[in-house]
Design a protein around this ligand. Sequence first.
Ligand code: GLN
Length: 553
Amino acid sequence: MYKSTKFIFITGGVLSSLGKGLTAASIGTLMECRGLTVSLLKMDPYINVDPGTMNPFQHGEVFVTDDGAETDLDLGHYERFTHAKLRQSNNFTTGQIYDAVIQKERRGEYLGQTVQVIPHVTDEIKDKIRDLGNGVDVAIVEVGGTVGDIESLPFLEAIRQLRADLGPQNVLYIHLTLLPYMKASGEVKTKPTQHSVKALREVGIQADILICRTEKRISRDVKEKIALFCNVRPEEVIAAEDVECIYELPLKFHEEGLDQKIVELLNIWTRAPILDEWKAFINKVKALDQEITIGIVGKYVDLHESYKSLNEALFAGGVANDTKVNLKFIDSEQIEKQGLEGRFDDVDGILVPGGFGSRGIEGKIVAVRFARENSIPYFGICLGMQIAVVEFARNVCGMAGANSTEFNPDTPYPVIDLMVEQRTIKEKGGTMRLGMYECIITPNSRCSEIYGEPMIRERHRHRYEFNSAYKEELEAKNLKAGGTSPDGKLVELVEYGDHPWFVGCQFHPEFTSRPMEPNPIFAAYLKACLEYSRRKRVQVSEPAMTEGEALYA
Ligand code: GLN
């Protein structure tokens, strides 16, 4: 740990989903813009060892880091808002902590002591937090859950102790709350905030700064009232008004004086933040003058949190093309039940994202076929690539019943299959092909145009692979490998030559996309969608032929 590392702890009160992750990420942005280095950590209060085995309906997206950790989706925000390189150690759960403590106990490392929450569990938490401080100026720690929950108590106790351990000048507590707006009386209410600050005080933590989510602009009076009841100064009450675009948050916080207050309280000497890049980006976002719609065919369509990084990557790819991207989520099971029924009439591109399990698979295959046969730009990510290969094998190469062995172990044409290493694995957690792998791009391919470099590095999270036994047959019909693993054994990208834009990748490019530096494959896909949308409009507006013209046509 740097002698001078400062720690910022972010807790949340009143209710969940207030945007603690975005708040932590935005504070990271502001500290970086002041020339400081940052690292971020999310502590999750559930017992699962990681979110990898949790249903995306409940937990949202699983974000994958370079080193193959399956983490909370807030780490995606952290990486998109800062330059911090995140790893396994940047997210831990209660489950991981207990796992470590119990293993130590079994190894006899506690020398006969009674192992307890305090100090053994809290010490384990504190060690991990201290490690986060290694080599950075500011370590930002987000405490998952809501203050008042039983589950997050050990985390709160650990961060309470750390103020004494590290010195009060090195530790700052920021509490995020909600100011509900009551329509009937036309005012914002401060009582829930007062109560949650009190709940935090009950476990020994006095918040230094309050960030209050609010729909309406709040007056100085409201800030004064909150300050009085919550034991802070009015300038330590920061209003977090709803924003149109999440990337505006650092700028809004800066206007409210948040970063200035943080450096003052932590006694850090820095320059004023340089926010020009962020301002220019937001100005560009607000000036987008074209629109396209992408049809996303998936299973988790009711919970957009399940595709968080994907949504952000599409947004960023759109901005790079001066285009606003609307997302139309289409439930693949509905396609199975009711057919296509004009579902794609208003889309300018079709995308099948990652996914697991056989539910809705046939609907996705129908969607890919529609994209292929109607020259609609198609982008398949992970499962979306596998589905494209299955569709192509069945409908172009005549391999009836072709499938992935994930969905039909007895398929006559297992075009997607488990590799040898995966066949022997019995445990589910953390056993997929995970994390960063190199991919060699096929020269003179569409993928080489997209990437403009001979080798890329992308993150993976899957068990099944393109079965190379079928590579020749598929390539003969023009579905070619656009990139492979360095040893040439694994196909990482496929592209169909007889189509304006039909590409699938086995990796997840959404995890490495950044708002101002979109992953090239997203920028290229959205460019193709924009061109398709223009062609479509030209066709529609072309005047119909008169009878006379038709006669000579
Ligand atoms: N279910 C597929 C596999 O395990 C795809 C996974 C994914 O899309 N991330 O290979």
